[in-house]
Design a protein around this ligand. Structure first.
Ligand code: PEP
Length: 244
């Protein structure tokens, strides 16, 4: 169960969040918990969660170890700060920062090089779903961004299916729509990497997941977890999602 804080919270607000959140999930051992704050809050987040069952991740990385890339952050830096995860190709990065499939492959490899688990986002826009092109779009994102990975690289990633029309809109995919799409993604994994890889890959659903809809989504066979934006900003609500 992963939280994406996007561009919210200061370091003081980050510490206050974990003071409240950590005791609420202290007994949870049946799932992995991760929170991905913005870069400037990573140190506060890692410091606040040391020795707990909460892992911290970045929201993006640049695919080079270091260099003249003003404003960018590397996997080396995330690892050195104590991060365990990094989100790759969130739809907001695809939309506003023009990230495409070739970037996904490079970023996944850059993350793995520094022992970070990439949470790779794929998802279709509203017009793509309404025109019946969901599988074409997801297929292209999978074929371009994930299929080029080696089986060993692929075994270390987490996929997040996030229909763009459901992100931050309050409009969740129905459990049935989410399940059908997750099953399609798993069939793509099976075709590219085999049945064992398909069974082992964690596919998270993201898009307006809240305490009151998480249980139904999670009861679907192919939904293994959630990537949560808005509802991860409040300790009680994200704890309720984690402990659905
Ligand atoms: C997200 O940012 O990845 C997300 C799913 O946001 P929200 O839960 O707010 O829709």
């Amino acid at each position: 169960m992963a939280g994406n804080w996007k561009m919210y919270k200061t370091p003081a607000e980050t510490r206050a969040f974990f003071d409240a959140f950590e005791p609420l999930v202290a007994g949870v051992s049946n799932c992995d918990i991760a929170i991905c704050p913005s870069f400037v809050n990573l140190e506060a987040a890692v410091g606040s969660t040391e020795g707990s069952n909460i892992a911290i991740g970045g929201q993006n990385l640049y695919p080079a170890k270091e260099g003249a890339f003003t404003g960018e952050i590397s996997g080396l830096m995330l690892n050195a700060l104590g991060c365990k995860y990094v989100i790759v190709a969130h739809s907001e990065r695809r939309e506003y920062f023009h990230e495409a499939e070739a970037d996904v492959v490079k970023k996944v490899r850059a993350a793995l090089e520094y022992c970070l688990t990439p949470i790779v986002c794929i998802g279709e826009k509203l017009e793509e779903r309404e025109s019946g092109n969901t599988e074409v779009v997801l297929g292209a994102q999978f074929d371009g961004g994930l299929a080029p990975l080696t089986p060993e690289e692929f075994s270390k990633i987490v996929i997040a299916y996030e229909p763009v029309w459901a992100i931050g809109t309050g409009r969740t995919a129905t459990p049935q729509i989410a399940q059908e799409t997750h099953a399609f993604i798993r069939s793509k994994i099976k075709a590219a990497f085999g049945a064992d890889a398909a069974a082992a890959t964690r596919i998270l659903y993201g898009g307006s997941v809240k305490p009151d809809n998480v249980a139904k989504l999670m009861s679907e066979e192919d939904i293994d977890g959630a990537l949560v934006g808005g509802a991860s900003l409040d300790p009680k609500s994200f704890a309720a999602v984690v402990k659905f």
